[in-house]
Write a protein of this length. Structure first.
Length: 120
């Protein structure tokens, strides 16, 4: 008998002696959830964790590690492929463009209200 079971039975005996009826219900063991049965070295039949780099994996060119399937060695292409040289300037221009877009959207909403009022 383990310490937790003996502790539980002692508490139940004390409560029974005090006139309280005590019942102990054993809960079913929870089964594994989806993905919990995958072990580190048995994923996808490769014998390695997804995203791990093994000895026979090598880069064919130097490039950024992509964001697909757990940092696989996938060439990253598109907008985030290279770091911009003038990051502060890009941030400034983006903030100015966002502000201009907000002003244009507000102007469009105002013109729609004016057009609706004139149509009445």
């Amino acid at each position: 008998m383990t310490a937790s079971i003996s502790n539980l039975s002692a508490i139940a005996a004390d409560l029974n002696a005090a006139g309280k009826e005590v019942t102990v219900t054993r809960l079913r063991t929870r089964g594994p959830r989806k993905g919990e049965t995958m072990q580190r070295n048995s994923q996808h039949g490769r014998g390695a964790a997804m995203g791990s780099v093994q000895g026979n994996d090598r880069q064919t060119a130097s490039h950024a590690v992509g964001a697909g399937k757990g940092l696989t060695i996938t060439r990253q292409v598109g907008i985030g492929a290279q770091m911009v040289h003038d990051l502060d300037g890009v941030k400034r221009r983006a903030a100015a463009q966002y502000a201009a877009d907000r002003r244009a959207a507000a102007r469009d909403r105002l013109m729609e209200k004016v057009d609706f009022a004139l149509a009445l």
